[in-house]
Ligand binder design. Structure first.
Ligand code: ADP
Length: 534
């Protein structure tokens, strides 16, 4: 049970600190011992509110120590911790709160305004617990409101975690559902524990009691990359950045002593830009885990060469709890030149024990691990989902293989390289062009901050790539200059036909480029004729 993880942290690493930017404002400190005690109080409070084993508690909160109390207090009461992404549209939130049958909602005070307009449409919710102290309670018209700290103050810690089977549900996270309704992924006590053990390993996150990890990735995104379990399991300290995701605020939190951090590439593009502009250095940071979408080579290079911080490029999915692979160096890679090592770091690396991968053609035949043949990527493992919540059919085949929807190559050393999502591959003249390769090449240009490549219908070639770019402040390189730059990194026939400038590229609720919205934006703004957009 995940309760064992916090028990271990509280018993053997009680004084390791958790430093948070609180939702009330100030930076506050606690430790694993106190987090456990407050989790026990929460467990008791939830049981007194009538929570029964298997009930679902929805949680909409930023990364703070209080949120960690919930990560353990909710499953401790036998209930299931359902993380809610506040950036989802109201209709999606209503859908997932009702679909998961959340009985209680726990909400950060500044997110009450997200819940208020939809609460009437969520009839199963009995109480809303606002995660703050009495004096910071926001005014609201919602009924059955409770104050988190007031509730906990009424309880002592004289209670055991409610006994559950290791196969019982412990958490739920919905995929963002770019097509159709979001799908619920259920994590069990067993899958979360095995996953945390696997991701703590030296070739993976490599956590230890001497490290301080700062998850910028929200706990509500893809099981919080499991860091809320992996850190206490190893006795690591945590730095929780709270709500403020501006580069200045993240810098301030990193300088509280973070040695490891983790987030999607967009966060790091902005931070690197800030560091350069302000001429700042990071004092403590040794490793940065970058995943969720492809990490451009330019970002890896800058972190490593300019700041001496090692990049760990990672790949995973909500359906995989989420870790699939991390790019750490095996002996074969250690002997390579710096330039060749960077080539390897553009791959997403190799899986931990418990995860198995294969690539196949469309007929399901295994493809060679030659580093060049792209195929459908399949995964299976102890923490890989078999079936979505309330679905009537399995998503894994009889041998447990799950079709990830990604296209990838595997090299002879077992390094996996994502070339695309199946639906984003650009098919030109019977050949595949990787949108990720084009984006990475474009972002390597010093004046480009972000790039998205998409396929546009073409009468002769079926599809041709175009690239949408966001430029640095006050810079607009000419189209020809950008295309010439890209042509140095990809084959000639893969170079996009056109460059489109935008002030901002649309992102999904988890901070990734949303190609669906981008295509829509292109249609609406008339950049490309509607008939020619894929
Ligand atoms: P959502 O789809 O809700 O954003 P996920 O985090 O589950 O949430 O998305 C998983 C997908 O993100 C993967 O299937 C893959 O397409 C993409 N992805 C994750 N990490 C990487 C990476 N390092 N490089 C390229 N794509 C990645």
């Amino acid at each position: 049970m995940v309760g064992n993880i916090i028990d271990h942290a509280a018993r053997y690493h009680p004084r390791r600190e958790i430093i948070s930017r609180s939702v009330e404002g100030p930076i506050v400190k606690t430790n694993w011992s106190e987090v456990k005690n407050k989790s026990l109080q929460l467990t008791k409070a939830l049981l007194n509110l009538g929570i029964k084993a298997g009930d679902v508690v929805g949680v909409m909160a930023w990364n703070t120590a209080r949120h960690l109390e919930v990560v353990y207090g909710v499953p401790g009461s036998g209930a299931v911790n359902h993380t809610l992404n506040p950036r989802l549209f109201s209709e999606q939130l209503i859908y997932i709160i009702n679909h998961a049958e959340d009985k209680i909602l726990m909400v950060d005070p500044d997110l009450v305004s997200v819940i208020e307009p939809l609460i009437e449409k969520c009839p199963k919710v009995q109480n809303v617990i606002i995660m703050t102290e009495k004096r910071h309670m926001p005014s609201t018209d919602m009924k059955n409101i409770l104050c988190y700290e007031e509730l906990l103050a009424q309880e002592d810690i004289d209670i055991q975690w409610v006994k559950r089977s290791e196969h019982d549900a412990c958490g739920i996270c919905y995929t963002s559902g770019t097509t159709g309704n979001p799908k619920g992924v259920v994590y069990t006590h067993r899958s979360n524990t095995l996953h945390a053990l696997a991701s703590a390993a030296p070739d993976m996150l490599g956590l230890a009691s001497t490290e301080r990890i700062m998850p910028v990735v929200p706990l509500f995104h893809a099981n919080g990359w499991s860091i809320g379990y992996t850190a206490p399991l190893t006795g690591a300290s945590m730095i929780m950045p709270g709500r403020d995701m501006t580069p200045k605020a993240l810098y301030e939190m990193l300088e509280c002593g973070a040695t490891v951090t983790a987030a999607v590439p967009t966060v790091w593009l902005l931070l690197l830009d800030f560091l350069e502009k302000e001429n700042l250095k990071l004092t403590y940071l040794k490793r940065v885990v970058i995943g969720g979408s492809a990490c451009p080579r330019a970002v890896i290079e800058k972190f490593q060469r300019k700041y001496g911080i090692k990049v760990l490029h990672a790949w995973g999915m909500t359906e995989m709890s989420p870790l699939g692979t991390i790019c750490s160096f095996k002996p074969e890679v250690l002997t390579l030149s710096e330039e060749e090592k960077l080539n390897v770091q553009e791959t997403t690396g190799h899986p931990p024990f418990t995860v198995d991968l294969k690539i196949t053609d469309d007929q399901g035949n295994n493809l060679a691990w030659d580093g060049i043949s792209p195929g459908k990527l399949w995964a299976r493992g102890a923490a890989v989902v078999k079936r979505y919540l309330k679905s009537s059919s399995d998503i894994a085949d009889k041998d447990g293989w799950f079709d990830t929807g990604d296209v990838a190559t595997m090299d002879p050393n077992g390094y996996m390289r994502i070339t695309d999502r199946s639906k984003d591959v650009i098919k030109s003249g019977g050949e595949w062009i990787s949108s990720i390769d084009l984006e990475n090449a474009a972002v390597g240009h010093p004046d480009i901050t972000e790039a998205a490549a998409i396929g546009v219908a073409h009468p002769k070639w079926d599809e041709r790539p175009i690239v949408v770019v966001v430029c640095h402040r006050d810079k607009t390189p000419l189209k020809k200059e950008i295309l010439d730059f890209i042509s140095k990194h990809v084959a000639k026939w893969q170079v996009p036909d056109d460059v489109i400038y935008m002030d901002e590229i649309p992102h999904t609720a988890t901070g990734k480029i949303s190609k669906v919205d981008l295509r829509q934006k292109l249609l609406e703004t008339g950049y490309v004729h509607p008939d020619t957009v894929k």
